[in-house]
Write a protein that binds this ligand. Sequence first.
Ligand code: ZN
Length: 135
Amino acid sequence: MKITHIEHIGIAVKSIEEQLPYYEGVLGLKCYNIETVEDQKVKTAFFKVGQTKIELLEPTSEESTIAKFIEKRGEGIHHMAFATENVNDALKEMEGKGVRLIDHEARPGAEGLNIAFLHPKSTGGVLTELCEHPE
Ligand code: ZN
């Protein structure tokens, strides 16, 4: 398994619109994509910072895991995503090393990436995502 870089940092927010003055006005980053991921009940906004992105996550329903996260822990960093060449191979290798998985197989995520989550119990409390750009 080869981790190539941090693909993105996911940040849970109550409202993307309310955060734009900070990310665009203060940091000078440009929001280049806003996308709703229906099955995760979340609206996402993306900013590039070099090779890495910031992904703001706004819940579109109270059922959303992001809504539950904000309710429990407040707004803030939700997960970190590593880019790797093959998510399914990485999952197999990690499971073999005793890492607890949330997803046992890659699934489609925002921006056309294949993604899978690892359980924070196995990653020092950091909800961790693996992503791969499909060929
Ligand atoms: Zn993510």
